[in-house]
Design a protein around this ligand. Structure first.
Ligand SMILES: NC(=O)c1ccc[n+]([C@@H]2O[C@H](COP(=O)([O-])OP(=O)(O)OC[C@H]3O[C@@H](n4cnc5c(N)ncnc54)[C@H](OP(=O)(O)O)[C@@H]3O)[C@@H](O)[C@H]2O)c1
Length: 286
């Protein structure tokens, strides 16, 4: 089976390539932005017309949450319009589309794990553009799968784990917000579950939205503490409220994803966030 990976240089895109040897029957075609710019509908149509693949995993996204407030048009082109064009092109050629989305699309006032059927009241350009992308994907391709995930990190790319390690080596203490609660998710786990679902044939049997994150719940403060504990980097973490760390785009206070639908459908174990963090830190040499 042949799998097209768009946005192949991102965290999830690179993890898919890093673990692909675990799935020898799957042949990956990784394409980065220079090979396929998904904001160009004609490029998508031409690429899909001239390349054979059975599944497209769309890892391309505009993920600069705060910068998106200044680059609304670009964020919408990449996160909202492009997934819809990809979905239509995949449907045309009889290919499956697997797309990723964000916990930020919910942003409701609930203080309990969020379900796929919950209200979506995204705040800010990034979150709104991601929600629109989900809707366009599902409207264009009834067989598409959308995984909403949260707090993604990896040994590749830029993310909270690598920022904490860098700052922790430079400073004696850091101030980190304690009143935003969620679940860190290792991009390698997202990649592995995606390839497992394709390999087992389950991806072809299901469609629609599924929440996916690592197991367990923490604040950014807890996450930072765990990064320093497990890495051995000596840095004190001070808990601060979000009001002391204002950002251009609002963040949800509680965005833990309920994974009941995923578990009932697929029955694949989900790793605990600290175990996955340990694996990532090991890869980073800690
Ligand atoms: N990161 C998180 O914390 C997080 C949380 C929840 C959900 N998600 C979702 O999870 C998915 C994967 O995220 P990630 O963390 O792997 O993202 P990432 O590391 O930021 O990677 C995104 C990739 O998309 C590429 N890209 C951007 N615009 C493109 C375009 N026009 N055409 C082709 N490629 C383009 C980027 O290329 P360049 O390197 O050239 O910019 C980058 O390689 C995304 O859908 C994201 O919204 C992420």
């Amino acid at each position: 089976m042949t799998i097209l990976i768009t946005g192949a240089n991102g965290q999830v895109g690179r993890e898919l390539q890093a673990i692909s040897a675990e799935f020898p029957t799957l042949k990956l075609i990784p394409v980065d932005r220079s090979m396929l710019d998904i904001s160009d509908p004609e490029a998508i149509a031409h690429f899909c017309d001239t390349t054979e693949f059975d599944v497209c995993i769309n890892c391309a996204a505009y993920t600069a949450v705060d910068k998106a407030e200044q680059e609304k048009e670009l964020a919408y082109a990449i996160n909202a319009e492009a997934p819809g064009h990809l979905a239509a092109a995949c449907l045309d050629k009889g290919a499956q589309l697997i797309h990723y989305s964000s916990d930020y699309v919910y942003h409701n006032q609930e203080n309990r794990p969020l379900q796929e059927t919950d209200a979506t009241t995204p705040r800010g350009v990034y979150a709104q553009s991601k929600l629109e992308g989900d809707l366009k994907v599902l409207a264009a391709h009834p067989g598409a799968l959308v995984f909403r995930t949260s707090w993604v990190y990896s040994s590749f790319g830029h993310n909270f784990v690598k920022t904490m390690l860098r700052l922790g080596a430079e400073r004696d203490s850091l101030r980190v917000v304690v009143d935003q609660i969620g679940s860190p998710t290792y991009a390698r786990d997202i990649a592995r579950m995606t390839l497992e679902l394709i390999h087992s044939g389950q991806a072809a049997q299901y469609s629609g939205i599924f929440n996916y994150s690592n197991e367990g719940v923490c604040s950014w403060y807890d996450f930072a503490q765990a990064i320093f504990e497990l890495s051995g980097v000596k840095c004190k973490v001070e808990a601060i409220p979000s009001t002391e760390y204002p950002t251009p785009a609002a963040r949800p206070h509680y965005s833990v994803l309920d994974k009941g639908k995923y578990k009932a459908a697929f029955g694949i174990d989900i790793p605990y966030w600290k175990e996955s963090l340990r694996d990532c830190l090991e890869l980073l040499g800690y």
